[in-house]
Design a protein around this ligand. Structure first.
Ligand SMILES: N[C@@H](CCC(=O)N[C@@H](CS)C(=O)NCC(=O)O)C(=O)O
Length: 212
């Protein structure tokens, strides 16, 4: 299998952190989305949506959604588990991971992609032109602020996003928070102490310190 990736971008970073937590190394090929390499016709044959990460399996199946890639990696290397062990854990981790993606990561993307001058006709990833809408950028910032408040409340009850163990939901949340600080200049406010404590803890993990 081969991972097509651009580690500086948030969605690929989810996979690099997942691999590092598992201690897995797989074949990789860089696709420089900053210089438009994802619009190369060869990459388009693998990824009609023109996005990274993309995991090409040995039988030719191409997985283009981070959640599907993480699911596959967990199946082939279950330890340490990042998607839960029991039926309840597995369902709750998917619940929280999807919640982070929909309300956190997509809110930041909405703010970022609808305001960045270099993305004027590229407000959504993909091959079709999509015009920026300034109001969506503003709404994305507001939604992300609400997300942080809700995240802080949850982290007041549990050490990690989906309970008492580190999981893929923490990876998605960490990628979201770090990208928001950089991309839309929205750091976790000082008042959200539980979210800040969580961020300090997960940032100290070897996978993160290794630069992923
Ligand atoms: N559904 C995909 C989304 C991937 C995605 O949006 N990737 C971005 C990088 S973070 C991308 O490839 N962007 C290319 C572009 O904007 O043209 C996933 O979650 O893996």
């Amino acid at each position: 299998m081969k991972l097509y990736t651009f580690p500086a971008a948030p969605s690929p970073r989810r996979i690099h952190l997942f691999l590092a937590e598992k201690g897995m190394e797989i074949d990789q090929e860089m696709v420089d989305i900053r210089s438009g390499a994802h619009f190369d016709p060869d990459f388009g044959r693998l990824s009609p949506q023109r996005t990274v990460p993309l995991l090409e399996l040995d039988d030719g199946t191409c997985l283009s959604e981070s959640v599907a890639i993480c699911r596959y990696l967990e199946e082939i290397q279950p330890e340490p588990p990042l998607l839960g062990r029991t039926a309840t854990e597995r369902a709750w981790i998917v619940d929280r991971d999807h919640w982070v993606e929909m309300n956190g990561l997509l809110a930041v993307m909405e703010a970022f992609r609808n305001s960045l001058p270099g993305m004027q006709d590229h407000a959504l990833p993909g091959p079709r032109p999509v015009t920026q809408i300034a109001e969506l950028a503003e709404r994305g910032r507001q939604r992300y602020g609400w997300f942080l408040e809700d995240l802080d409340r949850q982290l007041g009850r549990h050490a990690f996003v989906a309970g008492d163990a580190f999981s893929v939901a923490d990876i998605t949340a960490l990628v979201t928070v770090d990208f928001a600080s950089r991309g839309i200049k929205m750091a976790i406010p000082d008042t959200l102490e539980d979210a800040l404590r969580w961020h300090r803890n997960v940032s100290a993990r070897p996978s993160v310190k290794a630069g992923h």
